[in-house]
Design a protein around this ligand. Structure first.
Ligand code: PLP
Length: 408
């Protein structure tokens, strides 16, 4: 009998985006002339930087000649890419991360979802509310939690509230946990954790022998000088933290697929008998067993952003979205609405007005009266109730048009 992994049945259906789609489709059907603008898009829309296109075309040509053809590459990624990442994102910024501590993957979602495999099912985890669902759901699937409770939380997980009251920077919990997921700049709130906050988390991790799983997928969007781009800017973080990065939001690679994970050499976990084992060794074993490398063409495309020209093109791309974010933020403020985020992230976290506390009600109001689609905050976790996520991934033209409607 092929018994299934019943942990999967603990997960509710993928309700959020299907419900958004359903309501939008119904409205469009009833109002065929309405020009709906989607500020709920969670995907980049601008084309790839030219340097990436050129590098991938050249790599494709190499694949077409017997002298330069390549089959399986190193599972951890080609040295040409790992070395550039180490140099541009770490060494040049005075951070100690070596190329052989970097593992290239086909994107950060997979890394964020797979990393929990190298930890015991007994580990207690903490993660944000609202949250990028991958951290939560991958642990539910693995069996590291109990059932879904009526309040929208799973039994056995420690939820860290990201709310206006704590400035979207949760304090470490009073209890001991073993794994902590942090995401900064944050999806969905668009807010960041500052250095003092990260220092507290690193201290907590040291004290509790915990591992921080730090998702920095939006690091390229940080505009404020004093906000850490990497957890390794905090002293001692190499002993307690794994970092996730992606080319998806940095260089428009959501459809091209490339990300990486940093596992410092000295970072360890323990066995039941207390023996310390390097996490890097476990991840290397997993990676070589279950993954056969990101395509050579893609890795060449990714590596192309690490030149003066590449950096300029990536900056232009990110700035396009950040300018949209600025326009949205300022228009909402002008309309008397309270917003968070959008300065160091492509996301704006909009507080619903006092007379419409429900995020779904406010979603409906925006759809019906302004023909604008956002994403109800409640869909990202109970603490997201009373908020709406708007994204800056639409075109400039549509963003400006949406803001005109919002101001009215
Ligand atoms: C988009 C995103 C990622 C990156 O996903 P990819 O699989 O690399 O495309 C990771 N974390 C968060 C929070 C994201 O929003």
């Amino acid at each position: 009998m092929a018994r299934i992994n019943e942990n999967y049945l603990k997960l509710p259906g993928a309700y959020l985006f299907s419900e958004v789609g359903k309501r939008a489709a119904k409205f469009q059907k009833e109002n065929p002339d309405a020009k709906i603008i989607r500020l709920g898009i969670g995907d980049v829309t601008r084309p790839l930087p030219q340097v990436c296109i050129d590098a991938m075309k050249a790599a494709a040509d190499e694949m077409g000649k017997v002298e330069t053809f390549r089959g399986y590459g190193p599972e951890q990624g080609y040295p040409f890419l790992r070395e550039k990442i180490a140099e541009f994102n770490y060494t040049k910024r005075g951070l100690d991360v070596k190329a052989d501590e970097i593992f290239i993957s086909d994107g950060s979602k997979c890394d964020c979802g797979n990393i929990q495999e190298i930890f015991s099912l007994d580990c207690k985890i903490a993660l944000g509310d609202p949250v990028y669902p991958v951290y939560n759901d991958s642990n539910v699937m693995a069996g590291r939690t109990g059932n879904l409770k009526a309040d929208g939380h799973f039994e056995g997980i420690v939820y860290l509230p990201y709310t206006a009251e704590n400035n979207f920077s949760p304090e470490p919990p009073a209890e001991k946990v073993d794994m902590v997921y942090l995401c900064s700049p944050n999806n969905p709130t668009g807010t960041v954790l500052n250095k003092a906050a990260l220092e507290k988390w690193v201290a907590y991790a040291k004290e509790n022998d915990a591992v921080i799983l730090y998702d920095a997928a939006y690091a390229a969007y940080i505009t404020e000088e004093n906000i850490p781009r990497s957890i390794y800017e905090v002293e001692g973080a190499r002993d307690v933290a794994i970092e996730f990065r992606s080319f998806s939001k940095t260089a428009g690679f959501t459809g091209t697929r490339c990300g990486y994970i940093v596992i410092p050499e000295g970072l360890t976990g323990t066995t039941a008998t207390g023996e310390r084992v390097p996490l890097k060794k476990l991840w290397a074993r997993r990676h070589t067993t279950k993954f056969n490398g990101t395509s050579y063409i893609t890795q060449r495309g990714a590596a192309a952003i690490y030149s003066d020209e590449g950096q300029a093109q990536v900056k232009e791309l990110v700035n396009y979205y950040l300018e949209n974010a600025r326009i949205i933020r300022e228009s909402l403020s002008a309309a008397g609405l309270k917003t968070y985020g959008g300065i160091n992230a492509p996301y704006i976290w909009l507080k619903t007005p006092d007379d419409i506390p429900s995020s779904w009600d406010f979603f409906d109001k925006l759809l019906h009266e302004k023909h604008i689609i956002g994403t109800p905050g409640a869909g990202f976790g109970p603490c997201g109730e009373g908020y709406l996520r708007l994204t800056s991934f639409n075109s400039r033209e549509n963003t400006i048009e949406a803001c005109k409607r919002l101001k009215k």
